[in-house]
Each structure stands twice: as structure tokens, then as C-alpha cells.
Design a binder for this molecule. Structure first.
Ligand code: SAM
Length: 291
């Protein structure tokens, strides 16, 4: 039996996932919606125009991106109230996943208007589907900050988590990010690098984190395109040498407050920062007791 065509309902916002590279990845329901709506709200109207043209669809488009969403959203809410059917799309993948959309979605929900997801591609799920992760728990971080200091701080906050960490990254920053990952997360991790997914030069490799920079630099083509990076999580078990770690901590505590000493010791030893902080506090208390 053929599934029947889907008809968008008046006054509804459809949040529609679109391909992340290969245009054949568009869903049948996504096409039904794009054909049936009165208006398409798009992150970049030129990009969406290309997608619609590929499927012979002509629709009025309205730009909706992070710089104008607060101005455009009230007009879209009015249009929905008057019965128009609207599709929200981003340049690629699922709106709201490191892409605009959340502001409009919240406004539609607050207005009590119908809000319907039309699922489909996302670089996140596409990369995870071929990463073959050994454990099923992962944390999606999206883009790291562009500035080095903020990026390292963001990584430090993730360093102790025992889950795979999933990042989006732009080609011109991938080398810096990978270098910071080695420094902050420690080299005893693996990295799955998924680039150009669903496109001609698609590539998915898993390698030790501290070999990734050399792998990327070995061929200029490897630095092109769009990237999803998946780093294995912090070790849960007490495999590291805790005696050596305690020695490091004692030395650092002579110069630094407990929190800073714990952070540095975590970087040097690979032991969880929270645990080192507890030890540091205990050592300080012991020391005060001596005095
Ligand atoms: N909303 C999109 C989604 O659902 O995946 C993500 C949009 S975000 C602005 C763009 C980032 O997603 C890129 O910088 C890259 O990290 C990742 N990405 C998008 N398409 C990709 C692809 N074909 N291969 C690998 N990563 C991709």
C-alpha cells in the first residue's frame, strides 16, 4: 500500500528537516509539506530556493535567521493566526540543531498554535549512525567557541564527563580545535571524524586523538568541507596512577588554590577533576590540622 500524501493544515508551523548534502535525502513528507504550505521561512532564501527548484517547487520565501528572528517572528505568528501554513527550514539538516528556529518555535508554542515536526537528516544523527560507538551515551555540544580561551574553557567543562562528546566544526578551525582537545581532554582518547557526510568526498575515520592533527595535515583535502567530531568520554575507572597524581597535586597545592590545582592536575594526570578537587580539599584540611 502506498502511504498517502500529507496535506499541511491551516494555521500550522511545520519544522522541516532538509538534506545535509545529498538532495535525494529529502523525506516524502517534507516534500508534501513544502509543496502544500503558503510560505517557507528559510535561514538563507537562496539556499532554500535551490532545494525547492530541484524538486520543481515555487513558493514565497521569508528570511528567518539569528539576526532578524525577533522582528520576523511576530509577522509569522500573525500569518499563522490568519490561517496560513508555514514551513520552517534551515540551510541544511534539522532546524534548531545548531541552527535558527528555536525562537520562532517557542513563540508558536506560547501562542498555542499547532507546531508539527517533520523529521529527517541531521549531521548529528548521521555521524553517530556510522561512528560505531562502544557505549550509547553521548553529549551533543555543537560548535565550540571561536576564540581560543573560551574554547579551552568550554572543553574544560566537558573534560570529566564519561560520555562521548559530539562537536560541529568549521574547516578553518578544525586543526585548532583538535589541538585544544588534546591539551584539555588528554591524549588518551579516540576521535571519530566525519566529514562531508552524504557528499562526494564523504569520509569517516576513527583514530587516537593525538594522531588526528597529523592525519588532517597529511592531505589538504582532509581539511575541506564540514565536520562532525566525536571524542570518547573520560575514563570512568581508576586506571591512572593515583600515587603519582597525589604527588602532582601536593606540588601544585604549594602554589595554587585547590580548584586551580585540581584543574591542572586533571590535565596532567587524566584523573577526573572532581576527584582531584576532593583530594585537594582533604589535603588542605589535613595540613591545617598539622599546623
Ligand atoms: N542543523 C544542522 C544539522 O541538523 O545537522 C546543522 C547546522 S550547523 C550550522 C552546520 C554544521 O553541521 C557544520 O559546520 C558541520 O559541523 C555540520 N554538518 C552539516 N552538514 C554536514 C555534513 N554534510 N557533513 C559533516 N558535517 C556536517
Amino acid at each position: 500500500m502506498q502511504p498517502s500524501e500529507f496535506t499541511p493544515q491551516p494555521g500550522s508551523l511545520y519544522v522541516v528537516a532538509t538534506p545535509i548534502g545529498n538532495l535525494r535525502d529529502i523525506g516524502l513528507r517534507a516534500l508534501d509539506v513544502l509543496r502544500g504550505v503558503d510560505l517557507v521561512a528559510a535561514e538563507d532564501t537562496r539556499v532554500t530556493q535551490g532545494l525547492l527548484a530541484a524538486y520543481g517547487i515555487r513558493k514565497p520565501l521569508a528570511a528567518l535567521h539569528e539576526h532578524n528572528e525577533t522582528q520576523v517572528t511576530p509577522r509569522l505568528i500573525d500569518a499563522l493566526r490568519s490561517g496560513q501554513r508555514i514551513a520552517l527550514v534551515s540551510d541544511a539538516g534539522t532546524p534548531g540543531v545548531s541552527d535558527p528556529g528555536a525562537y520562532l518555535v517557542r513563540a508558536v508554542r506560547e501562542a498555542g498554535l499547532p507546531l508539527i515536526p517533520v523529521p529527517g537528516p541531521s549531521a548529528l544523527t548521521t555521524a553517530l549512525s556510522v561512528a560505531g560507538l562502544a557505549s550509547p551515551q553521548w553529549l551533543f555540544h555543537g560548535f565550540l567557541p571561536a576564540r581560543a580561551q573560551a574554547r579551552r574553557q568550554a572543553l574544560e567543562e566537558l573534560a570529566d564527563l564519561p560520555f562521548h562528546l559530539v562537536f560541529y566544526e568549521a574547516p578553518h578551525r578544525v586543526l585548532e580545535s583538535v589541538a585544544d582537545m588534546v591539551t584539555v581532554l588528554g591524549k588518551h582518547r579516540t576521535l571519530t571524524l566525519a566529514r562531508e557526510l552524504t557528499k562526494r568526498y564523504e569520509q569517516v575515520v576513527t583514530l587516537p586523538l593525538d594522531e588526528a592533527a597529523a592525519w588532517l595535515a597529511a592531505d589538504p583535502n582532509r581539511l575541506r568541507g564540514e565536520f562532525v567530531l566525536i571524542v570518547s568520554g573520560a575514563q570512568r575507572s581508576g586506571l591512572p596512577d593515583t600515587t603519582a597524581a597525589r604527588k602532582v597535586l601536593v606540588t601544585l597545592l604549594q602554589e595554587l588554590p585547590a580548584s586551580q590545582a585540581a584543574r591542572l592536575a586533571a590535565r596532567l594526570t587524566g584523573i577526573q577533576r572532581g576527584l582531584l578537587y576532593e583530594w585537594a580539599l582533604a589535603m588542605k584540611a589535613e595540613h591545617q590540622g598539622d599546623g
